[in-house]
Design a binder for this molecule. Structure first.
Ligand code: 7RM
Length: 647
């Protein structure tokens, strides 16, 4: 059966940047005929202190890419100063606080002052161009000020999601060699407090961090270490509000952001200034069909790349009003997003399928209680969106009046690569549709042979660079080259599987490596396994994903109990190990189920057969496939029995 086609809406086309599918096709074709001309023109959307001499240099074999060479600019200048002439009094940030109904509006003029003062505080504590600064802040304006303050003086920010544990934070601070950390006494989310400063204290014990700058979000006191910890509220007034910007080379680093891979520890993706900023600005305007005056509400966290590109850099570079949402979709009830949409008159709303699934489950009533008439474009990101959820988003949330854009991209890509355009693309619910102008996806089979034409499935790669592409993994260029450029020579490999249907629509089918996508969060199975085996109750672990109604994927851990667990009831072993994962990584990585097993299905060479474990985890006991190559085929039966017993 042909997939239902949702046509573009005339009232959206009437004002869209790209107003028809033919216009999109022409634009895409032209962009690929002359990529360097296309991006040279796009680059003029930012303000350059010095124009670049050369648009792009790329060598995928060596994993080397550079954009806008010789150009000089500053991201903070582009996101703040350059708007002062025309929109100083316009709201730059609407902070929707955790407490329902409480908002704070920060104009571009105020943003300029806050960023300048904080930049001077950073300078005062020794931060210089090129230094890494860790930002471990909740969704409060200080997080945005901190990012832009770093960018202003040429420091490289490393934002760590405030839900990460002390151990995970410590690894990231150590890897990037941060000497200064910004945090808050506590975070506040969904009415619950999160002890951020306490976590920082634990994380940095023994590390060479000399300064911790603390914002105050709640009234709770926190111990301050003399000489190391400072309240921002004490330091900011001592500094001038004006701080000259550091003119950066286009290829100077802007930030590092850690993301999980299929092996080893999280990778610090390094993004640079010119290419990243041009790409964030370009995609924000095109994909969300942003126009001056629009209020942009991206409900992600600044700790993820979505927050970097579509709460901070894209919208602010374009002079938008961006919403900073501190709460959760269910606090105080399932109508919270729509309450905020009405209160701030948001025109664009962007969230993850996992949040939509949770809301759909509650039903239409909390949506319909709110007007939502300001909405025009609805975005989805982070994981495949089920067609039913897409349809609900479109029909109920958007009242069949808004464009829905399913946007595919990665931390590594810096911005959206595949997405519908509001006024141009007829949609198939569940498909991310087509590549943006300037982007050339390509499918290959496992041997690396290109799959040409339509009606094909394979591994999703990109041919040719785009400005937003990450340049390296911090401290490990070899791993960068290995992970993304070695598998299919001449191409960037995304790690995702993808189908291009008969009509050329792209359908992302999920990861083809050992990376899980749990509620839109990217987690490596290897990371969770090493957290489990860090405890003496666990001798060996194998983690797989399984289909989960709400989270998309759930986490299933098979563990072989360690000697220390002898005589300990299985329920206790499971509880202890769950706690270990929460502590070592984060509550978001907690296994939904831990099954203690007598052995794992391994080949004679010792490789764990995850395929079998995945089937069992999804209760598909009849399609386990060929077991004859296993070293101990009988463990499979025991694992199946254990799985059934625990259901
Ligand atoms: C932005 C972000 C990246 C991985 C990516 C995919 C999956 C993201 C979609 C999607 C299907 C989408 N960065 N993914 N967007 N899958 N449709 N629209 O999520 O680095 O955290 O994750 O997420 O597997 O490779 S990320």
């Amino acid at each position: 059966m042909a997939d239902a086609l949702v046509p573009t809406k005339p009232h959206i086309q009437a004002r869209a940047h790209v107003a028809s599918f033919a216009a999109y096709e022409a634009l895409h074709r032209a962009s690929l005929a002359d990529p360097s001309g296309f991006w040279r023109r796009q680059a003029q959307r930012v303000t350059w202190f010095r124009q670049f001499d050369e648009t792009v240099q790329q060598d995928f074999a060596r994993a080397e890419v550079a954009w806008f060479l010789g150009g000089k600019l500053n991201a903070s200048y582009n996101c703040v100063d350059r708007h002062l002439a025309e929109r100083a009094e316009q709201t730059a940030i609407v902070w929707a606080k955790d407490e329902p109904g409480q908002y704070e509006r920060i104009s571009y003029r105020q943003l300029h002052e806050h960023v300048g003062r904080l930049a001077n505080v950073l300078r005062r504590f020794g931060v210089r161009k090129g230094d890494r600064v860790c930002i471990y802040l909740p969704m409060m304006p200080e997080a945005v000020y901190a990012m832009l303050a770093c960018a202003r003086i040429g420091a490289v920010h490393s934002v760590v999601f405030a839900g990460f544990s002390a151990d995970a934070l410590r690894d990231r601070i150590a890897d990037a060699d941060c000497r200064v950390v910004l945090t808050a006494n506590e975070g506040l989310r969904g009415g619950k407090t999160i002890p951020l400063k306490k976590t920082v204290d634990e994380a940095i014990a023994g590390l060479p961090v000399h300064t911790v700058l603390v914002a105050q979000r709640t009234a709770t006191a926190t111990p301050m270490q003399q000489g190391r910890d400072r309240w921002l509220a004490d330091e900011l007034p001592k500094q001038r509000a004006c701080c000259p910007v550091e003119w950066m080379d286009s290829e100077d680093p802007l930030f590092v952001l850690y993301t999980s891979g299929s092996t080893g520890k999280p990778k610090g993706q390094l993004h640079t200034t010119g290419g990243y900023l041009v790409y964030a600005s370009y995609t924000h305007e095109l994909v969300f069909d942003w126009r001056p005056g629009d209020v942009h509400f991206c409900a992600a966290d600044v700790g993820w790349v979505t927050g970097h590109s579509y709460i901070v850099y894209g919208p602010l570079c374009n002079g938008a009003t961006t919403v900073l949402f501190e709460s959760t979709p269910l606090h105080p009830d399932a109508g919270r997003y729509w309450q905020v949409v009405d209160d701030v008159q948001a025109n664009i709303f962007y969230t993850a399928p996992t949040a939509l699934r949770a809301l759909l489950r509650v039903g239409d009533e909390p949506v319909k209680k709110h007007a939502r008439t300001s909405l025009r474009v609805l975005g989805s990101v982070g994981e495949p969106i089920n067609p039913e959820v897409w349809q609900w988003y479109h029909d109920v949330v958007g009242d069949k009046r808004c464009a829905v854009v399913d946007t595919w991209w990665q931390t590594e890509t810096g911005g959206i690569l595949i997405s519908a355009l509001p006024g141009a693309t007829p949609c198939k619910p569940g498909s991310a549709t087509f590549p943006l102008p300037g982007v050339r996806p390509l499918l290959v089979d496992d041997q690396g042979k290109e799959l040409v034409g339509n009606g094909v499935s394979g591994n999703l790669c990109l041919a040719g660079s785009w400005p937003g592409q990450a340049r390296t993994i911090l401290n490990d260029h070899a791993r960068f080259q290995q992970t993304y450029f070695a598998m299919y020579p001449g191409l960037y490999f995304t790690g995702d599987g993808c189908r291009r249907d008969e009509d050329g629509y792209y359908w992302i089918t999920g990861r083809v490596d050992d990376v899980l996508n749990v509620a839109g969060h990217r987690l490596g199975t290897a990371e969770i396994e090493s957290a489990l085996v860090s405890h003496e109750f666990c001798a060996e672990a194998a983690v797989v994903g399984f289909p989960h109604d709400l989270k998309g994927q759930g986490i299933y851990a098979y563990v072989i109990a360690g000697k220390a667990a002898e005589g300990v009831p299985a329920a206790e072993v499971e509880a202890v190990l769950k706690q270990v994962v929460r502590k070592v990584i984060s509550p978001i990585a907690t296994p939904d189920r831990i099954q203690v097993v007598p052995g794992l299905p391994k080949t004679r060479s010792g490789k764990i057969m995850r395929r079998i474990l995945r089937k069992v985890a999804e209760a598909n006991y009849t399609e386990l496939g060929d077991l004859s190559t296993l070293a101990e085929p009988q463990v499979v039966e025991q694992i199946v029995q254990g799985h059934k017993a625990g259901r």
